[in-house]
Design a protein around this ligand. Sequence first.
Ligand code: FAD
Length: 407
Amino acid sequence: MRNALSYHERWSEAWRSPEPKPGYDVVIIGGGGHGLATAYHLARDHGIGNVAVLEKGWLGGGNTGRNTVTVRSNYLRDPSIRFFERSRRLYEDLSATLNFNVMFSRRGQIDLIQTWAKWRDVRRRSLSMALVDAEYTIITPGEIVRRVPLVELDPKARLPILGGAWHPGAGIARHDAVAWGYARAADAAGVDIIQNCEVTGIRRAGGRVTGVETTRGTIMAPRISVAVAGHASVVAAMAGLRLPIETVPLQAFVSAPLKPVLDVVLNCPALHVYLAQTDKGELIIGGGADGYTSYAQRGSIHVIEQSVAALIDLMPRLGRVAMLRQWAGMIDLAWDTSPIISTTPVGGLFVDVGWGSGGFKAIPASGEAFAQLIATGEPPELIRPFGLDRFLRGRPVLETAGASNRE
Ligand SMILES: Cc1cc2nc3c(=O)[nH]c(=O)nc-3n(C[C@H](O)[C@H](O)[C@H](O)COP(=O)(O)OP(=O)(O)OC[C@H]3O[C@@H](n4cnc5c(N)ncnc54)[C@H](O)[C@@H]3O)c2cc1C
């Protein structure tokens, strides 16, 4: 109330901008949703407040502020379903938990089924999800058009719509607000959030990490956590660690604001396009990943062209909508397309990486579980299957269909 009446003057800062101290108990590299949520849970759940989050740019300036904001849990494998369902449920109460409006809005998601192979995949996913009381059920083409009148059914289409899968728990949230909410809560719990501070090296002695070199000096810490989507292999290499990860661009774009036309998240995996309508009215649209490795934060025009063509195939009336802007983020993918939340062979070094196109929805559960791993050295049951050792033990968590960017 006071802020509203002060004409934007003398607002108190949502978080401090402290100078880095010479040392911390834990240093987290990366001020995206994952790094900030982890810092918050270290302080809140484990009493470890002597923590620094080091961010080379601004908070949420990485993939957290570049994604298409979908929150869902319709995965294939048991560990993924359990993990993402936990995260989705945490999102439902996140505004209250953080006392910050993250604008989570439960919309439900429809996955279109256009091949019989997809039908079998959806049926299998729906049975697996029922085991954790998460709903994912098959609906008819008529039901799809009832829920999304923009969709036009064309029986002569190359891939006619055979049906859909309805995931009522899915929703969207405001991505910046998620980063800001966690930042404010972590700061209030004593965490130092240091922006414009790039980590350029990781110090080691006797097989353990001892600190980081940064553009703002050396900072010592016995535990270092890496949460840098898009730069996981680069930062891990600073500690001599090679991760089984490749990095590719993923693009998205938004339309000019429209009156309400879409109240679900609509996903078309066969044609590589999905969209939702934000509270501002923009259609936020994503597609498949670019097919090559890159660190440039832009993608190829032909990928966007494919997404737009698919969109107009499904909903010809959108052909008249003006597009406002396009961007890309770099996503890190392990070959099984599941995340890596793990200790590493380097003592004191922890990683929370490999989120591909799906780490925004993972922020609450990942922050909670990764903090426990850092605090205790032991992974909670929820994330045990996502350790680095799965590649040595031959226990990948194959999610190529569930992750939806490598189908
Ligand atoms: C176009 C697009 C659409 C997406 N859509 C969805 C979606 O709909 N739903 C979903 O769940 N997920 C989606 N994702 C994925 C999701 O955005 C990411 O998985 C998630 O944001 C990762 O969060 P993070 O905190 O790990 O990384 P980031 O938010 O990228 O944060 C990492 C931070 O580390 C910083 N950093 C990097 N190197 C250094 C260094 N050396 N020193 C200091 N700081 C460093 C970066 O500046 C960055 O701010 C999408 C991604 C993209 C690109």
